[in-house]
Design a protein around this ligand. Structure first.
Ligand SMILES: [Zn+2]
Length: 333
């Protein structure tokens, strides 16, 4: 079914299509430049040039490695929620909250009616797609995660906030598709935070994508999937990208009970580890996935964004992934 949709969209992808989740590490010169912008030591135009240089570096790297569906690497984004919250109307900078360890950050706050400000990701998508013949994914943060990772000081409840954000994100999606994007990833890492809210998270995703033609992927990186499976399958997307590189591989046992009905992106690289997987390890992880789903429905990628790894670690991990996939493509099922 989804293979047919891909072909319909003009995408002829090989067996076990490969991609990455979204973010790549920023090269040192870009990290330094972002710090200097904060001190007004360089202009925004100078920073933008360096963001483009880094984006092109990652496009060429993905091409050299042989990745099938590319990302822009999010060299111009900080956090996946803050990026949108800083651009959209209705948001303000909220109070400081503690994240991991002793790091604090300003959690966005919804203080008025959410409003699409005009294209937020389209120019970067267009610029990146112009660099390559391979398809580049559009990358959005989903309405449920935008809502969950923000304070709500405006809407009567979480559902109302989530549905309002969906209505505005749909405008961004329309703009991306108009520019030519055919594969769009709408990330919902917060999805399993409150299983009782899955119903309106699904309703919100319908609000974003219904009637708009593209191949949709949703990445969900942490949480207890057993609490939202099989309800998760109600999400109106073609492909679920799940972090199952190591511990959570038991998830596959759940698929035997309640059959998985979509394409599955198997996250086969542990992005939280410095250790570079061997092609053998990656092959074993893909084979476990192929044990419960037809190979035609499996995509292969890292288990989350690679931004916390070094440039070299990212490249070596992806090289191992690609070596494993190439071997499996040549092997009998
Ligand atoms: Zn993730």
């Amino acid at each position: 079914m989804s293979r047919a949709k891909l072909r319909d969209l003009g995408l002829d992808l090989p067996l076990l299509p490969t991609s990455t989740v979204g973010s790549f590490p920023k090269p040192d010169y870009l990290v330094e430049a972002r710090a200097r912008l904060g001190k007004n030591a360089i202009s925004r135009a100078e920073l933008s040039d360096l963001e483009k240089k880094a984006t092109e570096f990652w496009v060429r790297t993905q091409e050299e490695l042989g990745v099938d569906v590319l990302v822009d690497g999010e060299q111009y984004r900080g956090d996946m929620v803050a990026y949108f919250a800083e651009l959209m109307g209705g948001f303000a900078r909220g109070g400081l909250v503690r994240s991991y360890g002793n790091r604090y950050y300003h959690k966005p706050a919804i203080v008025g009616e959410a409003r699409w400000p005009g294209p937020m990701t389209v120019e970067w998508w267009r610029w990146t797609q112009a660099l390559t013949d391979r398809p580049v994914k559009g990358m959005l943060t989903g309405p449920y995660t935008l809502m969950d990772w923000s304070f709500n000081d405006h809407y009567p409840d979480r559902k109302a906030a989530c549905l309002a954000l969906a209505r505005e994100l749909r405008k961004e999606l329309e703009a991306l598709l108009e520019a030519g994007a055919k594969v769009v990833q709408i990330d919902e890492p917060a999805l399993s935070v409150r299983p009782d809210e899955l119903g309106f998270a699904v309703e919100a995703m319908h609000g974003v994508v219904d009637g708009l033609r593209a191949y949709y992927i949703t990445h969900a990186c942490f949480g207890a999937f057993e609490t939202i499976y099989p309800g998760l399958l109600d999400l109106p997307v073609d492909n679920l990208d799940l972090a199952i590189s190591h511990s959570a591989l038991d998830l596959l046992a759940m698929f035997e009970k309640d059959p998985f009905t979509k394409d599955l992106s198997l996250g086969v690289l542990d992005v939280h580890s410095h250790v570079v997987e061997s092609p053998e390890e990656v092959k074993a992880r893909i084979r476990r996935g192929a044990g419960v789903l037809p190979r035609e429905r499996i995509w292969v990628d890292p288990d989350c964004g690679l931004k916390t790894r070094t440039v070299e670690e990212s490249r070596r991990k992806l090289a191992a992934m690609m070596a494993a996939v190439r071997e499996l493509r040549g092997a009998p099922a």
